[in-house]
Design a protein around this ligand. Structure first.
Ligand SMILES: *Cc1c(COP(=O)(O)O)cnc(C)c1O
Length: 222
């Protein structure tokens, strides 16, 4: 199936109000253009250099999301144009995003990355770390960063019940964090969970932003 057909298929299965981020990492600009021509405007990339190359080539009305692990020394390259940074997992990164956003006279929207999957990874905040970071309050001093919600990845397992439990955990944490830290903040509303193989479950568990690559563009060639 073509990129346009895949997109149509996926969109028809999304609940109302769920945003689709087309994850285009490792795919060439021609593929992204096909998606663009089919009406897609939000694209997600996970490597800074690749993102910057594509951003300078493709149309200006694309909203670029950074979905990968972001090193502090690379924030400056994406700060001028990035729409949303999904995987923020330290105060140090918030501080650097703030610094670069100021230079560009922008406010950059970010999500905090939760580590809820069973897999060992270095990235993401455990629920306890996430709540501690927010409770300490220092993040509030960074006026050019706006924390708009949470992002997470579920375990990569065929066991649906495990994936569902993890997304439910993310959903309940979101509600708790919203209540305790962002009660009056309308902008704190993004729940970014769900990828090609688990976005149906993610939507059942409150996701309102899914990040889908393979199901749109096919397998990636690394
Ligand atoms: C690559 C990637 C995706 C998309 O994965 P697919 O399985 O191709 O849909 C989503 N989120 C993150 C953080 C990724 O790195």
């Amino acid at each position: 199936m073509s990129v346009a057909e895949n997109l149509k298929d996926i969109r028809s299965g999304l609940h109302p109000g769920v945003e689709l981020v087309a994850v285009s990492k490792f795919h060439p600009c021609e593929k992204l253009k096909e998606a663009y021509d089919a009406g897609q405007r939000i694209f997600g990339e996970s490597r800074v250099q690749e993102l910057c190359g594509k951003q300078s080539t493709l149309p200006d009305d694309i909203e670029w999301h950074f979905i990968g692990h972001l090193q502090t020394n690379k924030v400056k390259y994406i700060a001028p144009f990035i729409s949303l940074i999904h995987a923020v997992d330290s105060l140090r990164l918030i501080e650097e995003i703030d610094r670069q956003a100021k230079k560009c006279q922008r406010v950059i929207d970010c999500l905090l990355e939760l580590h809820i999957a069973q897999e060992e990874t270095k990235f993401g905040l455990t629920p306890e770390q996430c709540i501690r970071l927010l409770a300490e309050g220092k993040w509030r001093e960074y006026g050019n960063v706006r924390v708009c919600g949470l992002m997470c990845m579920a375990s990569n397992t065929p066991h649906e019940n495990i994936v569902r439990k993890e997304f439910e955990k993310a959903e309940s944490l979101f509600n708790e964090i919203k209540r305790d830290f962002f009660n009056d903040a309308e902008y704190f509303c993004i729940k970014s969970w769900g990828m090609s193989h688990d976005y149906a479950i993610a939507q059942d568990c409150g996701s309102n932003m899914v990040r889908i690559g393979t199901a749109i563009f096919g397998e990636r060639e690394y």
